[in-house]
Ligand binder design. Structure first.
Ligand SMILES: [Zn+2]
Length: 350
């Protein structure tokens, strides 16, 4: 929460100082790739620890209209790839990308994107439409939401988390989430969550079936020329924590499964989680060697012509559900905020 407040006031300060306008020419780059997850009407629950991963349909529409009015070309990943490789200077561009293939993308986002003729990409982890997906962050949310006390063995010791009030639930979620993310082995993370789910009576398969598109739904989207289907591994693993063999297999297998299911060979890839703890130079090199045209991270940043030499290490700008204000999007796509975060380094592929 504190971190969010700091980010928010930083964004506000940049906006109200007008600094982002002054900096845009210097820092704005040639375009930006936007990251989205869920698009759906807001829920009222006080405990929504994963809310940063969702925006409201009306906000999506506002962003589209605002970007077009501000002179952005809204283009597909193939067009972006063309501009980056041909080093074409044109109008600034933005690409809309959705991770994970949630059903609300079809129900709530697609009608808006179609009405405005906006190309977009969906990166699919193939275990999700195969109904074997382990959306462990949602399982953790469900366990904490339904209990007032949660017991867990952490680093060999039994720990108890009191989670009666929304504030306690948020604190418990943050503590457990970041402890789990810090584990060296993702197999351990998955095992701990499976054990929690079992002990607290949460069925992890439910969120996958409820929230993720089936192959038939994905096929409906894939048939529209506006839509690019990209790969996002099979099991949604933090690849940097896996062996090189597993990384290659996860990337190659996801391409084969999507091709078999939809008849389209994906040429674009998104690293699950996508921050520096989940994808690094080894993953960027493997994605390149497997022939992906582009691969995206969640490292924050706008695109510069130099990214033409780092096509499998592209930064993105997250449309974060905690910051659903148009002025934040303006500041982020101006490149000013991410330039500050990145210490004014334009390419971060290390
Ligand atoms: Zn994902």
């Amino acid at each position: 929460m504190l971190k969010q407040t700091v980010i928010r006031s930083g964004l506000e300060a940049l906006y109200f100082s007008g600094a982002h306008v002054a900096l845009r020419g210097m820092l704005g780059g040639i375009g930006a790739i936007l990251t989205l997850h869920h698009v759906r009407p807001p829920r009222r629950d006080e405990f929504q620890p994963n809310r940063l991963l969702e925006i409201a349909p009306a906000f999506l529409e506002d962003v589209i209209v605002r970007l077009r009015r501000s002179g952005f070309d809204l283009i597909s990943l193939d067009d972006m790839h063309w501009r980056l490789t041909k080093r074409r200077e044109g109008r600034r561009f933005a690409c809309f990308t959705f991770d994970d293939g949630y059903r609300d993308n079809l129900v709530h986002a697609y009608p808006i994107l179609k009405r405005h003729r906006v190309p977009f990409a969906i990166y699919v982890p193939t275990s999700f439409p195969d109904r074997l997906g382990d959306l462990w962050w949602l399982t953790l949310e469900a366990v904490i939401a339904a209990n007032t006390r949660v017991r867990l063995e952490m680093d060999g010791k039994d720990r108890y988390f009191v989670c009666g009030t929304p504030a306690e639930k948020h604190a418990a979620f943050a503590a457990l989430y970041w402890w789990l993310r810090g584990l060296e082995s993702e197999a351990d993370l998955r095992r701990i969550i499976r054990d929690l789910a079992l002990r607290y009576g949460v069925d992890p398969a439910v969120s996958c079936a409820d929230l993720c598109m089936s192959w038939a739904e994905l096929a409906e989207l894939a048939a529209d020329p506006l839509v690019t289907i990209g790969a996002h591994t099979v099991n949604h693993l933090m690849l940097k924590k896996s062996s090189e063999g597993v990384v290659r297999q996860e990337m190659q297998m996801s391409v084969r499964v999507i091709e078999a299911a939809l008849g389209i060979r994906p040429e674009h890839f998104s690293y699950p989680v996508g921050d520096p703890t989940s994808a690094g130079p080894r993953e960027f090199a493997i994605a390149r060697s497997l022939g992906f045209k582009t691969a995206v991270t969640t490292r924050p940043g706008v695109l510069f012509p130099e990214h033409g030499d780092h096509l499998t290490a592209l930064p993105r700008i997250s449309l974060n559900g905690e910051f659903q204000r148009l002025r934040y999007v303006e500041v982020l796509t101006s490149g000013a905020a991410t330039a500050l975060w990145n210490g004014f380094k334009r390419v971060d592929a290390a």
